[in-house]
Design a protein around this ligand. Structure first.
Ligand SMILES: [Zn+2]
Length: 54
């Protein structure tokens, strides 16, 4: 069972996040949930996205 059904995983739960920026300047992160092993996808604020792309 994926944990997002009960409580939403946060960025802190994501392992091996890959941050991308789309053509609209929107940041998003793809990774694996450290709690349930499921795939995760989250949109991020520009501040968070830029910090993680370093
Ligand atoms: Zn999970």
């Amino acid at each position: 069972m994926k944990c997002r059904e009960n409580n939403k995983p946060t960025m802190q739960d994501m392992t091996n996040p890959v941050v991308t920026k789309n053509e609209k300047g929107r940041y998003s992160a793809k990774g694996t949930c450290g709690k349930c092993g499921g795939n995760m996808f989250k949109f991020m604020s520009a501040v968070d996205g830029e910090a993680m792309m370093k």
